[in-house]
Design a protein around this ligand. Sequence first.
Ligand code: ACO
Length: 432
Amino acid sequence: MTQKTLELVDRASDRKVSLPVRPGTIGPSVVDIAPLNRELGVFTYDPGFGATAACESRITYIDGDAGVLLYRGYPVEQLAEKSTFTEVAYLLLHGELPSRKQIDEFTSSIRHHTMINESLLRFFNGFHYDAHPMAMVSAVVASMSAFYHDTMDIYNPRQREIFAHRIIAKIPTIAAAAHKHALGQPYVYPRNDLDYCSNLLHMLYAVPCEPYEVDPVAAQALDLLFILHADHEQNASTSTVRLAGSTGTNPYAAIAAGISALWGPAHGGANEAVLTMLEQIGTVDNIPKFLSQAKDKTSHVRLMGFGHRVYKNFDPRAKIIREMCHKVLSRLGRSDNPLFELALRLEEIALQDEYFIERKLYPNVDFYSGIIYSAIGIPRSMFTVMFAIARTVGWVAHWQEMIADPAMRIGRPRQIYTGPTRRDYREIGSRA
Ligand code: ACO
């Protein structure tokens, strides 16, 4: 089969370069630009990586125009309807849906890695009472590398697997400890008889002085949200994990880097920002005024939970979450939730507005997720932490894929330099 190529001519030097075009299994092909530098001595310029594929991956596929999201080929809608977060975690990590035996072994391994070293738990006491939980979670995850030395050999597949199970099992325990620290309540130990999300709810809400029953509606809603947040190909935090991991750093450090990247309001911090925005808007009457601020480029205000780098159509996850909002709120007896009503009107008005239509700005996964989180009692500062728990699975899958690839190289972008040209040092007395 003849390989497709893209021919480029450099008119300045009259030199030609032939760039191989590589097809994917679905989606756009990519042009291999390596010969550009080798043969013509130029780099490409793509701020924000809007047109650059940084790696080859078999994990997740997104068609942003059609609103399609596939995990290992399976549509997220089918997984949301039929699967569980633990099964989706197995799928993302291993590439195939598990057999009964495989899922039983995987689930058991995750359930038996949930406790964290007591010294690590004591770290929380060092944080100020009002520390943001993302600050605590990223710091404690980074500190795991000081405790679990048996998983530091990144080229040993068994150590990588133990790391994967360990971080996926322990991140809910770390997240819940951050929450308890903020409340000033005692830390609650994990219960290995509970499923992943029920155990998380137990660690977040149980107290030693009275029995706590996990609400199955809340656990189910959380499980679904986690499925939808589990992976999203080369987003900012996953790319951060890959870049940090490409240096050969230990995996806990790479995941901590991802948590930090997720924190920003343009990424995972958006779910927290959406609720703050809805409260600031307050009532339906204030929507037009808010939208005109969001459209005004000098205001720095954005309609949070709207827009996406890849989706130029409905984010399929947003559709599922909006439907789930209705269900969860009515099953929890809170169907008259004023913030949800406001969000629905805001979405409706924005979707009819020329500004948002022209720019193909639609609700993203986070427009409604915060409303569900608050309905099940998760405090706002913990929303992004919830996202981090779910996305840890995706980060680990990508890190594993990268490390196992013999072609892995350190990630090292180039630049166009526009600073001063060479100049000589001037003694301090002769400077202007
Ligand atoms: N509100 C108002 N205007 C917007 C918004 C928004 N939410 N999003 C994009 N725009 C405008 C931009 O100002 C720009 O307008 P212009 O062409 O007149 O200059 C145009 O739409 C294109 O936007 P970009 O910023 O170039 O889009 P980009 O792909 O770089 O950013 C992003 C995507 C960061 C998600 C952006 O849409 C945004 O800030 N949204 C709000 C924050 C948010 O919800 N983030 C969560 C994303 S999903 C996730 O990470 C889980």
